[in-house]
Design a protein around this ligand. Structure first.
Ligand code: PGA
Length: 257
């Protein structure tokens, strides 16, 4: 049963971002163990984001267990061409992805991805039939300078405004404060709820039809001990989990929250 204080329109989304972990062999083994230990549940959606190279193996290992959905961690905005080392949205879809992470903080801050690029990637994902999961979040200095809201709104608008109005409701948002990613520092449920409320308000402006139903996930040092409280916070419609998603037991403890 859903907790009564969360007003969601759909079951929570529990998403695992494996980052650069689990090649094809490890992905197969992870999913085999996951399927053995987890029976399909209608009250939640599970998404795995393996490395692009492991997507096909993950899709094969998942077989007919389509309750386990797959996504790609990054795409290029072009559909094909001379872009050595890149993956297009169409290729990711062909390999089994249904979703695409866009603008993860490591893409933005390690690889220098710009707002304009996230915008093009959202458009490319949508055009290829993938659901973009746009990641937004402030750095520590921005939070301390009182700029959280401005940063998150800028990233949100940049990501979504190039999508036509009707497509903006077919996205997911992940709020991931950069200072909480991989650091062990988690936003409190109140911190998360405050920013999620700002995102929700803007989604209703950007997508007057359906913006109130776009899932907003929280991510950043989520673990089995804090997952339930974060998930119960207002407007938190799911969790995006990095480090704590790499072992099946820990992941299942979160995914069963
Ligand atoms: P973390 O990563 O759970 O290891 O903090 C979350 C993410 O980067 O999506």
């Amino acid at each position: 049963m859903r907790p009564p204080m969360r007003p969601p329109m759909r079951p929570p989304i529990l998403a695992a971002n494996w980052k650069m972990h689990h090649g094809p062999t490890a992905a197969r083994a992870f999913i085999a163990e996951l399927l053995a230990r987890h029976t399909p549940r209608a009250d939640r959606t599970i998404v795995l984001f393996p490395p692009a190279l492991s997507l096909h193996a993950a899709a094969e290992a998942r077989a007919d267990r389509t309750d386990i959905r797959l996504g790609v961690q990054n795409i290029h905005w072009e559909s094909k061409g001379a872009f050595t080392g890149e993956t297009s949205a169409g290729m990711a879809r062909d390999a089994g992805a249904e979703l695409a992470l866009v603008g993860h903080s490591e893409r933005r801050h390690v690889f220098g991805e710009t707002d304009e690029e996230t915008s093009r990637k959202c458009t490319a994902a949508h055009a290829a039939g993938l659901v973009p999961m746009l990641c937004v979040g402030e750095r520590l200095g921005e939070r301390e300078a009182g700029e959280t809201e401005a940063v998150v709104l800028r990233q949100l608008r940049a990501g979504l405004t190039s999508l036509e109005a009707g497509a903006r409701r077919s996205v997911m948002i992940a709020y991931e404060p950069v200072w909480a990613i991989g650091t062990g520092k988690t936003a409190t449920p109140d911190d998360a709820a405050a920013v999620h409320a700002v995102i929700r308000q803007e989604l209703q402006v950007l997508a007057p039809e359906g913006g109130s139903e776009v899932p907003i996930l929280y991510g950043g040092s989520v673990n089995p001990g804090n997952a339930a409280a974060l998930l119960a916070a207002p407007e938190v419609g799911g969790l995006l989990v990095g480090g704590a998603s790499l072992e099946v037991a820990g992941w299942l403890a979160i995914a069963s929250t």
